[in-house]
Design a protein around this ligand. Structure first.
Ligand code: NAD
Length: 283
């Protein structure tokens, strides 16, 4: 069994992104990401801190656009329109979920597709559905694909099982795997015999948000296991959906939490911002 470290996966992509950011800066364009955060959710603040660190490290400027938790839809939309219309901002990352007074679906529709670096706009999601690479795919599913590429096992013809069917992770992840000609199964909260279905998988991708959901019982000998889940254990430490201790000895490759998918996600985000800057400036 091999433990796949996210930092190893992110290294070569990060080097490419940094070179591109330098090349753009040489052409007078400093790639810039705006992070739009509503309220003071500690999880959002932690994610924002990690993203800022990675983006700046790779030569990308960051504009923090923080709004109070009680912000109105009108004020939010004005801020979004400002960012959409600002030529010095190339990518917009919206931290979600949003408070209930904000209409998330409408906001997703209004974010400019060419700045929508985490693919929440329906135009970009449709492109994921259609296998059209000209848009952006959501960063986390793309990070999972980068991990699978790093392992080097082609997905063609493989049985890939995704646990979770959210629009943010599970569904786009299933579509990206399908685009690689995998035979894809999507499990969710109503799936019967989850362990039995998962044991059929050559590649098991867990994106649920439930600590210890995936145990040795869910993993076929030699399967690849990628853990997208982010949870907190009783001691307050980060952990994934997979019970690492029991699943790791059975898997061929496995990602840890922390130190797995999350470390790749922010590098994919940086890649998207640089690509957005290139596209917006014809470079
Ligand atoms: P979500 O709550 O929107 O969706 C969870 C999915 O899990 C649902 O589709 C649900 O049907 C399924 N589910 C719930 N209980 C289940 C069960 N007992 N058996 C099988 N399926 C079950 O969550 P999300 O936004 O898709 O995120 C999933 C996890 O990934 C969370 O832990 C989140 O924190 C994490 N996440 C990680 C990253 C990263 O970069 N590593 C990014 C985004 C989300």
């Amino acid at each position: 069994m091999t433990v796949i470290r996210g930092t190893d996966v992110a290294r070569s992509l990060g080097e490419r992104v940094q070179k591109e950011a330098e090349r753009l800066a040489g052409n007078g364009v400093r790639p810039c990401a705006a992070i739009l955060r509503v309220g003071e959710n500690p999880g959002d603040i932690a994610y924002e801190r990690g993203a800022v660190k990675k983006l700046e490290l790779l030569g990308i400027a960051v504009r923090l656009a923080g709004l109070p938790a009680e912000v109105s839809q009108n004020t939010f939309m004005k801020e979004l329109e400002n960012l959409n219309g600002d030529p010095s901002v190339h990518g917009i990352l919206l931290l979600r979920p949003l408070p209930p007074q904000l209409d998330e679906a409408l906001i997703a529709e209004r974010i400019s597709p060419c700045k929508d670096v985490d693919a929440i706009n329906p135009d970009n999601l449709y492109k994921v559905l259609a296998g059209d690479k000209s848009g952006f795919a959501p960063c986390t599913p793309e990070a999972v694909m980068a991990i699978l590429d790093h392992i080097g096992e082609p997905l063609q013809g493989k049985k890939v099982t995704v646990i979770g069917r959210s629009l943010v992770v599970g569904k786009p992840l299933a579509l990206l795997a399908l685009d690689r000609n995998a035979t894809v199964t999507v499990c969710h909260s109503r799936t019967e015999d989850l362990a039995g279905v998962c044991r059929e998988a050559d590649v098991l991708l867990a994106a649920v948000g439930r600590r210890g959901l995936v145990t040795a019982d869910h993993v076929a000998p030699g399967a690849i296991v990628v853990d997208v889940g982010i949870n907190v254990d009783d001691a307050g430490k980060l952990c994934g959906d997979v019970d690492f201790e029991s699943a790791a000895p059975i898997a061929s490759y496995i990602t840890p939490v922390p130190g797995g998918v999350g470390s790749v996600t922010t590098t994919v985000l940086a890649d998207h911002v640089v690509r957005a800057a290139k596209l917006q400036n014809g470079l």
